[in-house]
Design a protein around this ligand. Sequence first.
Ligand SMILES: *Cc1c(COP(=O)(O)O)cnc(C)c1O
Length: 344
Amino acid sequence: MEKAKAENFDWPNLGFNYYDLPYSFHAEYKDGKWDEGKLTSDSTIKMSEAANVLHYGQEAFEGLKAYRRKDGGVNLFRPDMNAKRLHNSAERLLMAPFPEDRFVEAVKMVVKANQNFVPPYGSGATLYIRPFIIGTGEVIGVHPADKFQFHILVTPVGPYYKGGMKPTEYVTSPYDRAAHGGTGQSKVSGNYAASLLPGSLAHKNGYSDVVYLDPRLHENIEELGGANFFGITKDGKFKTPKSPSILPSITKKSLLQIADSFGMEPEETTISIYDLDQFSEAGAMGTAAVISPVGSITHNGNKHVFYSETEVGSYTQKLYDRLSGIQDGDQKGPDGWQVDVPLK
Ligand SMILES: *Cc1c(COP(=O)(O)O)cnc(C)c1O
């Protein structure tokens, strides 16, 4: 694949695709330790055909964004939380965690090196950052690798909604995303491999994504595809599901705090698919979508419409404005949420 050139991008019309940018970050773990790591212009990975990742799935990843500020600078949003979550995911799969402080430094380094590809302020586009760890040690029996690689790739992505936020339609899935006691709390590729079929069935039937229900009773809401769920009750309270198989979203953690600051009495609690009438608004939350209003959920052929199938509710809009204002650097957020990337 050819290297991308910054002048060829039409920022506001960018989709969510991979472009091969000038630099990636690459570090290796062997003999019990991580090396220094370095920027590289090689965007391919060389490994043994017996690498664990290819057979037994030792892979964990992260997703965060670099945001261009009005003053031309670049911010990251809570990258220490991604460092910590990758650490937890790596431990769950018996992989060597990459040191958390060095994670944040490596993210800054790769963003700085590709700074011409951080889209302009106001375009709605951002630089998506994908750090990941893979088990590259050779195995044939089922056991953990003894060699790992840590990579960071970056690629510019467009605004999630071209022309403003729009509610979308969801459908419950007969499949499970993750088991209680499984890897639901870890951001690992295996969870996504399992989600491809349910996701594609939903798309084929005209839905934007699936609602996963809890794997025991198939009654309580877990997640929406690759995003966490929230509902706003008729009296303006913010609720989001609680379960041992949900991926702990950083966007969710942040919105819990923002909702609290708005007096919305946020709560993580069981949310039954048969109790959607309590909500006047609902949405999906995650780095890619920020906040995306859920227009409706169809379960067993019954379609439940929330606020509206075309309009965005006022609470959803208010939460979105605050969160994206902080991420873009227009509003000052709580301490530690906005991390400047030195560009010189
Ligand atoms: C990454 C991810 C999310 C969103 O997490 P953020 O930290 O907010 O980006 C939600 N659900 C799943 C399954 C994910 O993989």
